[in-house]
Write a protein that binds this ligand. Structure first.
Ligand code: AGP
Length: 601
């Protein structure tokens, strides 16, 4: 979480920093700040709230050819101006922004920095005080910076300014993402490429425990011992226009609408020259040689994993376990003899998932990462990457990445089934194309979804339940997560048959129930479960699939292959959540307390 940006060059530094921070706001948005250095000194601006609030207090006259900025998701200390970054050393010589968590900051405060006074409650402030201490004891600031980094335990992406040297930014990275952007007579650094596309499309990747000395005309990468490292540039596969909202009021709505395109794109990317769905041989080999797949993920990606398990077990006959990463880390189950790990992560940066990856690599196991960001930490550290090809997902609530995950998991299962000589009784390309067409119809049903949100989830409703069975249950979990994260309505997904074992006690007059009925084999069962809650006063909204509908169903989705329903039935739930949040005046793209990329455990 948190986003950092730094710029050195002769353009409008403060504007580049602010625009960069706007692109990084998805990483955290409870407070923000920038520092611009000129020959007179450091001009520091910090504010609680969004980048828009920061913009209001930045002096438009500020100019300087070097600066750093930060948007925060609080871990240590409440969101306020004092805890906002950049932080400064006691003398004011050094100014620093940091993303990550310094695990030993308390020890450093009471040990090496025992004689220092701290202004903020952050772990970050120890870094800048240490830099000042060690720079004073070293021949060069760079040496002092390297000594500082050696004292830190935890994760960091850092950009540091020295008031006495306006021609350099010191940069360092360990476990938190950071990239350098390369320009003509300028250079830039940021937590991700999107913040830098405004000025460059050439980047240099940084590895953990590296530092960079950045000037206008040079990028010097070194390890913590000061040995220089050579590395070339790369151009990522993103277009600046992908990260604009265009005419949409919110990224979430744009991303919901992009889903049919994403599915068609995925099918195209994973087709071989004969037009057959096919994966890289090395990935196929892993799938064929394992005796069990362990899917590790969090949040929406975990929900995708639950559906992926069905595909792999049903089509490819591979046993699969799906685990929540943060639970797996500290409670590892007994593993099979030849396990294969699949990490599902839109961002590829989720710390909980990475903690598991680190552990299982120590045990010598193989890992595949399914991610929307190739080159991300989980992608780099796994043995193989499966790209989601969903395009940048900016809204905190994941939508198109979820359906992309389902499609890629389906293709992985299909490829494995083909490789095992298993005949499937459907044509996956045809079925995915039917899915994309159905998605289009659903994306056009916005008015109906807005009406459902207004009818079933009016402002006085504080809770809602999602009921489904089998595949529908997994989609209900995702629908409930979507609703709670952006509208703050307490929403829970339950298997229809489980209600009577406890949750039914929560049903009162008017309790909103959203039930999915897309699975023929349990269609009558789920309808029976709905009757049970209606008998206790609930207000049911049944979303069924064509062919399975009954007279009072509220909305009927177009028919798709029964195994692929999750890809389409989730769209009404995404749209209902969107409109429920909108009708409550919530900030749809940046819900409270959340961040897009969860880089702390
Ligand atoms: C989804 O809407 C959430 N914002 C969240 O649950 C997310 O899916 C989770 O944090 C995992 O992120 P990842 O896919 O980037 O690993």
């Amino acid at each position: 979480m948190c986003g950092i940006v730094g710029y050195i060059g002769n353009q409008d530094t403060k504007e580049i920093l602010l625009r960069g921070l706007e692109k990084l706001e998805y990483r955290g948005y409870d407070s923000a700040g920038i520092a611009v250095l000129d020959r007179q000194g450091v001009h520091l601006f910090k504010e609680k709230g969004r980048i828009a609030c920061l913009r209001e207090i930045v002096d438009p006259q500020t100019c300087g050819e070097v600066g750093i900025g930060h948007t925060r998701w609080a871990t240590h200390g409440v969101p306020n101006r004092v805890n906002a970054h950049p932080h400064q050393s006691a003398s004011g010589r050094f100014t620093l922004v940091h993303n990550g968590v310094i695990e030993n900051y308390e020890q450093l405060k009471t040990g090496l920095l025992a004689s220092h006074d701290f202004k903020s409650d952050t772990d970050t402030e120890v870094i800048v005080q240490l830099v000042e201490k060690f720079a004073g004891e070293s021949e060069t600031v760079e040496e002092g910076f390297r000594k500082t980094l050696k004292e830190l335990k935890g994760s960091y992406a850092i950009a540091l300014l020295d008031k006495e040297d306006p021609d350099v930014i010191y940069v360092a990275k360990n476990k938190s993402p950071l990239l350098v952007g390369v320009g003509e007579h300028f250079n830039v650094v940021a937590s991700d490429a999107m913040a830098m596309l405004q000025v460059t499309d050439q980047f240099v990747e940084l590895m953990d425990k590296e530092i960079v000395v950045l000037t206008r005309n040079s990028i010097t990468i070194k390890d913590l011992e000061g040995r220089e490292i050579q590395r070339g540039t790369f151009t990522p596969e993103i277009d600046a226009s992908d990260i604009e909202k265009g005419t949409y009021p919110h990224y979430m709505l744009k991303e919901i609408d992009e889903q049919p395109f994403v599915i068609r794109n995925i099918v195209q990317k994973y087709q071989d020259l004969d037009g057959k769905l096919s994966l890289d041989e090395s990935i196929r080999k892993e799938m064929l040689s394992c005796d069990r797949v362990y899917i590790i993920a969090c949040g929406t990606s975990y929900h995708a994993g639950l559906v992926g398990k069905q595909y792999m077990e049903k089509w490819a006959k591979v046993p699969v376990e799906v685990h929540i990463a943060s639970e797996f880390s500290y409670n590892m189950p007994l593993l099979s003899e030849k396990p294969l790990f699949i990490f599902i992560s839109q961002s590829g940066e989720t710390a909980d998932s990475r903690a598991v990856l680190v552990e299982i690599k120590k045990l010598g196991h193989k890992a595949i990462t399914l991610t929307n960001v190739p080159g991300s930490t989980l992608s780099r550290e796994a043995d193989h990457t499966l790209h989601l090809y969903a395009g940048p997902e900016i809204a905190v609530a994941s939508t198109k990445a979820y359906t992309a995950q389902l499609a890629v998991l389906a293709i992985l299962a299909v490829d494995t089934a083909y490789a095992k000589g298993i005949e499937l009784d459907f044509d996956p390309i045809k079925e995915l194309s039917i899915v994309a067409n159905a998605m289009e119809i659903l994306c056009d049903a916005k008015e109906e979804m807005e009406d459902i949100a207004a009818t079933y989830l009016p402002a006085d409703k504080r809770n809602a339940f999602f009921l489904g069975r089998n595949m529908d249950y997994y989609v209900c979990l995702e629908g409930a997560l979507k609703l709670k994260e952006i509208s703050y309505i307490q929403a829970e997904g339950f298997p229809g048959g489980e209600l009577k074992h406890g949750p039914i006690a929560l049903i009162e007059d008017g309790t909103p129930i959203i039930a999915l009925a897309t699975q023929e084999k349990v269609n009558l069962n789920i309808r029976g479960n709905v009757k049970e809650v209606v008998a206790r006063g609930a207000n049911p909204c049944i979303i069924s699939m064509k062919g399975l509908q009954q007279p009072r169903d509220r909305f009927i989705i177009p028919a798709v292959h029964p195994d692929f329903t999750a890809l389409v039935s989730v769209i009404p739930l995404q749209l209902i959540s969107y409109y429920a949040a909108l009708q409550r005046g919530c900030d749809v793209d940046k819900p409270r307390n959340l961040a897009k990329s969860v880089t702390v455990e």
